[in-house]
Write a protein that binds this ligand. Structure first.
Ligand code: UDP
Length: 192
């Protein structure tokens, strides 16, 4: 995929990120999706581990308007892709295809609420598992075991930047064929 660079970070360019990801899932190919904004790019300059994860992600979408404005100022044709909207579109496709979805992050009860809302919206949605984002090592082990045993095709991780990106990098081997998306505070918004 074509890519531009913002302060050393890649931004991938595609006319339809949703279709690209859906095809990726159909082909049983995994992806780590990073939804890049200016703050993250600044963090990555000081955090080599974060920079590496972003550089290695299969899909980095221009989430922040600062990224889009910067690239436009360089003469690039680029449209913003809000990560929360892309994630929701993928959830819808996953629900329709009955692909298993795993949700991690947010304060206690938030993801449960999101799962309830989605189950009402898409009755056939397959929520393979969920956990809030405040866990100790023992619980983390259990979460990882649940991911390993349920093999979800879509994993949404909302632990904030950079924790979610590093967490995905560390754990995506549990199901390399899944699409893993760092969703930031999206669970808070989806829960209403
Ligand atoms: N969060 C979490 N565990 C933590 C720290 C944060 O689950 O140890 C969640 C928090 O509840 C919130 C999200 O991570 O839902 C971070 O949201 P924010 O909008 O600050 O994230 P950003 O997208 O700006 O990184």
């Amino acid at each position: 995929m074509r890519q531009f660079k913002v302060l050393g970070m890649p931004v991938h360019i595609h006319e339809n990120y949703r279709d690209w990801l859906a095809q990726r899932l159909r082909d049983n190919q995994g992806a780590h999706v990073v939804t890049l904004n200016a703050e993250m790019t600044m963090q990555a300059r000081k955090n080599p581990a974060l920079a590496k994860v972003i550089q290695e992600a299969e899909l980095v979408v221009p989430d922040g308007s600062g990224i889009v404005l910067y690239l436009r100022s360089q003469g690039k044709k680029i449209e913003r892709c809000p990560g929360i909207e892309l994630s929701e579109q993928i959830v819808q496709i996953a629900a329709e295809q009955k692909w298993r979805i795993f949700l991690i992050g947010g304060a206690p009860n938030v993801v449960d609420h999101v799962a309830d809302i989605w189950q009402q919206k898409w009755v056939d949605i397959a929520i393979a598992g969920l956990h809030h984002g405040y866990f100790d090592e023992a619980i983390e082990k259990q979460i990882c075991e649940d991911i390993r045993s349920t093999q979800p095709q879509l994993v949404l991780v909302g632990l904030g930047v950079p924790r979610q990106e590093l967490w995905i990098q560390k754990n995506r081997y549990l199901n390399p064929n899944a699409v893993w998306i760092g969703v930031g505070g999206s669970f808070d918004i989806w829960s209403g």
